[in-house]
Design a protein around this ligand. Structure first.
Ligand SMILES: [Zn+2]
Ligand SMILES: [Zn+2]
Length: 384
């Protein structure tokens, strides 16, 4: 009998030691308490993966390692079965295939998990949780950004849960007790005598715990029990080629954080800054070009610079009327749904007239009038 107890102790110790040596603490990696709800795990994962995502740390091996670690921890803690195996047996338990866990081999690519958040997917949120308000933020973009695509870094100041107590307001999880007065119900039943021998029962909010059902013995030293603080979050906003003005870019559940509440969305709304050369209408671009009188009369070849710095050739033969609009196919904005297709460019020509003309030239031109058709240059005018 004693032998078997010693044997059990030995096994337990070995397991504990090997856990300490080999396994990573998934809860620490994601910076969540051991009893964290999925919503909280998800939020922390999103926050961390924004910092360590390879898109932001290209070539940084340590960051990419860290990202894989975060994604792995996230996958395990979001899966009820894997999480319970991990809680009991640590990382080793998962490796041994306990409960048919299949890690990333069969599960999913960490990048898929990440893109799932930012692709506008709605996930599976718990219906019983409250939801905070959305925040709309105007996002100024240039026409170049919309033509070429861009990544814009934005700092958003917002309310976040205290990272010391994870929004519980308590110094430690053990400092939160179930209220003895109401047994955690938050309500107490009172009996009042309304007439001799007649009692009425009614419910009242528990005054000992203010209806919360829980009492916090020691407040969190970091937030003094307020549960939240002001924070700052950095986002990389992807501007897709051909995106429109006033287009919404939604970051799911990134608005202000409140305890026991799913944050609302942060909604960035694009606002195109005025451009000195081009004006955009739908997928088409409009511009005005100045030409000299000689160019207007004799034709020209010139170039202008496109929004991606490529060169657009402008060519006209013969006379170009003031205000003539030339259509250049395929030099408009790229289409958001198909980047290889473009709208058109409309170039309006404005003729710059000379400030003065010498009398000799005037005389010469006058000879071209209809009174002397055979002697001078021909000027053919439109019928007025
Ligand atoms: Zn706190
Ligand atoms: Zn109570």
């Amino acid at each position: 009998m004693r032998g078997s107890i010693t044997w059990w102790l030995l096994v337990t110790l070995t397991v504990l030691v090997s856990m300490a040596l080999a396994s990573k603490d998934y809860y620490k990696i994601l910076d969540v308490p051991r009893d964290a709800q999925k919503a909280q795990i998800k939020r922390h994962f999103k926050k961390l993966s924004r910092v360590y995502h390879p898109d932001k740390n290209s070539g940084d091996e340590a960051a990419s390692q860290k990202f894989m670690e975060i994604a792995n921890a996230y996958e395990v803690l979001m899966d009820d079965e894997k999480r319970s195996i991990y809680d009991r047996y640590g990382e080793e338990g998962l490796k041994n295939g306990g409960g048919g866990g299949h890690g990333f081999g069969g599960g999913g690519d960490p990048f898929d998990i990440f893109s799932h958040f930012f692709g506008g997917g709605h996930g599976h949120r718990q219906a019983q949780e409250k939801r905070g308000p959305d925040i709309a933020i105007p996002l100024e973009v240039t026409l170049e950004d919309l033509y070429n695509g861009a990544v814009i870094e934005v700092d958003v100041s917002k309310q976040v849960l205290c990272d010391h107590c994870h929004g519980s307001g308590a110094r430690r999880p053990e400092d939160i007790h179930t209220c003895n007065t109401c047994d955690g119900r938050g309500m107490v039943i009172k009996r009042a005598q309304v007439a001799p021998g007649m009692f009425q029962q009614f419910q009242q909010q528990c005054q000992a715990c203010d209806g919360k059902g829980k009492i916090t013995e020691h407040l969190c030293p970091s937030c003094s029990g307020h549960k939240v603080r002001r924070g700052n979050e950095n986002y990389s906003i992807h501007i897709e080629r051909g995106m429109n003005d006033a287009q919404k870019i939604i970051l799911d559940e990134e608005a202000d954080e409140y305890p026991d509440t799913i944050p609302g969305n942060v909604i960035f709304v694009t606002r195109t800054a005025p451009h000195p050369v081009f004006e955009r209408r739908g997928n088409n671009l409009y511009t005005k070009q100045h030409i000299t009188l000689i160019e207007a009369l004799a034709g020209f070849k010139k170039t202008m610079t496109q929004l991606d710095n490529s060169i657009i050739e402008l060519e006209r033969e013969g006379v170009t009327q003031y205000g003539f609009v030339q259509t250049i196919k395929g030099q408009g904005m790229p289409l958001q749904e198909n980047h290889s297709r473009h709208g058109d460019l409309f170039v309006e020509y404005q003729v710059i007239f000379p400030t003065e003309v010498d009398s000799e030239t005037i005389e010469y031109l006058k000879k071209g009038s209809t009174f002397a058709p055979d002697n001078g240059p021909k000027l053919v005018h439109q019928e007025l």
